[in-house]
Design a protein around this ligand. Structure first.
Ligand SMILES: Cc1cc2nc3c(=O)[nH]c(=O)nc-3n(C[C@H](O)[C@H](O)[C@H](O)COP(=O)(O)OP(=O)(O)OC[C@H]3O[C@@H](n4cnc5c(N)ncnc54)[C@H](O)[C@@H]3O)c2cc1C
Length: 394
């Protein structure tokens, strides 16, 4: 009889795990506390608008393609991808904007115009970044990370220096380019990783390769289309998905199969996979003796930044916005200090606006704009007062 697996959570990780295990012959059930699948990538619908609640940047299309290929499928079986060109727009100030074009050739031309001589440096920078992407995604990411010994491979150790594990992305970028705007453009992708360019190893210029060489894509209908594709693949493979069912406890009575207690009942399982946040599964669902880390350990962890999000349905079309818009019109140094070093109410926050209705008419009623606004926020600072942040779009 097939072994029974319970997967907690129907985000990208839970759905991907469930499909891989079902393909391997396991009897898989996904338990999801929300009434809809997708986790942080679920959607919110109101008055004709469809908002992606979390992710909006589709980078590294090869990763998604590889995933569906494992099952003899392709992304096009589930959703239509379009490449955005320009990839995004950066606002540096009033009437001071930069459109970041798609494709390395167009980027080189833009770099050359902004800083003469920089296109050759960009090509070298991207060729190193390509190596880092191939090693990082091909070797590091695919290891289970159960032990440091997994990385004790001469080829990987030798590559540590070429990967620039020991210098910062900020100093790497600044050693090649002097123009402030080009520096900000090259430093921005690592902000997705939750740290500042000064505190991120130069290895992560692999993110620049993802941005500039592999491109910014969009699944028509919204990011939620990826989740819909993953759900339908999982169901084709026989995975059972139970929505609106929260796991409350995982325990293993002596000599008996593991039990998973939920808001609706109880399951016996041979294997339980936590696809929800590690901290939550370990500290809230497991009994103390089964936990790997103590509360004290978790209390000392440095949290990645949080964010303040707005889902705005606007009753007219807006001029001056592209699909992705980064507002770097204030000093990032101060915002970074207020997020990372001395968490505080951001004085003059930088922010990001996604306007998917610029590309996709299906996410807003006719003549309206769908806006998603994200302000990076210190994880410990509660939203408790109103604030005004003026912006100008030419
Ligand atoms: C605002 C925001 C913007 C982002 N932007 C991007 C982007 O542009 N591009 C990008 O690539 N990534 C982006 N990310 C990151 C990306 O969304 C996440 O890495 C990804 O969605 C995480 O998937 P996951 O499956 O690991 O976790 P989750 O999506 O959190 O899934 C965990 C699931 O477990 C469920 N769950 C939790 N506890 C229980 C329980 N006890 N019982 C049952 N179910 C439970 C939750 O409801 C949830 O559905 C963004 C994230 C956020 C929050």
């Amino acid at each position: 009889m097939a072994k029974k697996v319970i997967v907690i959570g129907s985000g990208f990780s839970g759905l991907a795990t469930a499909s891989c295990l079902a393909q391997g012959g396991f009897d898989v059930t996904v338990l999801e506390k929300n009434d809809a699948p997708g986790g942080r990538a679920r959607k919110f619908e109101a008055e004709g608008f469809t908002f992606d609640m979390g992710p909006s940047w589709y980078w590294m299309p090869d990763v998604f393609e590889d995933y569906f290929n494992r099952f003899g499928k392709k992304t096009a079986d589930y959703y239509d991808l379009v490449r955005l060109d320009p990839s995004y727009r950066i606002f540096f100030g009033k009437k001071d904007e930069m459109n970041v074009p798609a494709g390395v050739e167009a980027l080189c031309q833009m770099f050359e115009q902004v800083e003469p001589g920089s296109s050759k440096k960009l090509r070298n920078f991207l060729s190193e970044a390509k190596y880092k992407y191939e090693v990082g995604m091909g070797e590091f990411v695919r290891k289970p990370s159960l032990s440091l010994w997994e990385f004790a491979d001469l080829r990987i150790l030798a590559s540590m220096f070429r990967l620039q594990m020991f210098s910062s992305l900020s100093s790497h970028v600044r050693s090649l380019f002097t123009n402030k705007k080009l520096i900000e453009l090259l430093e921005f992708p690592v902000l997705f990783l939750g740290a500042t360019p000064e505190n991120t190893p130069a290895m992560y210029s692999l993110m620049n390769y993802a941005d500039m060489a592999l491109g910014t894509w969009y699944p028509m209908g919204g990011m939620t289309k990826i989740i819909e594709g993953m759900v339908s693949l999982a169901m084709e493979l026989g995975v059972k998905i139970r929505l609106g069912e929260e796991v409350k406890q995982i325990y293993a009575p002596n000599g008996h199969a593991t039990k998973v207690v939920t808001t609706k009942g109880q399951y016996a399982a041979d294997v339980v996979v936590g696809g929800a946040d590690y901290h939550h599964v370990e500290q809230n669902l497991l009994d103390e003796p089964q936990r790997q880390y103590t509360k004290k350990y978790w209390d000392k962890r440095v949290m990645a930044p949080s964010s303040l999000l707005f889902y705005l349905g606007v009753n007219k079309r807006l001029k001056g916005l592209l699909h992705h818009n980064l507002f770097f019109d204030k000093n990032f140094k101060q915002h970074a200090v207020e997020i990372y070093e001395s968490p505080a109410w951001p004085t003059n926050p930088l922010f990001y606006v996604c306007a998917p209705s610029v590309t996709d008419a299906s996410v807003a009623p006719e003549g309206c704009e769908n806006l998603f606004v994200l302000i990076p926020w210190p994880p410990t600072c509660k939203i408790q007062r109103s604030f005004v942040r003026n912006i100008s779009i030419s």
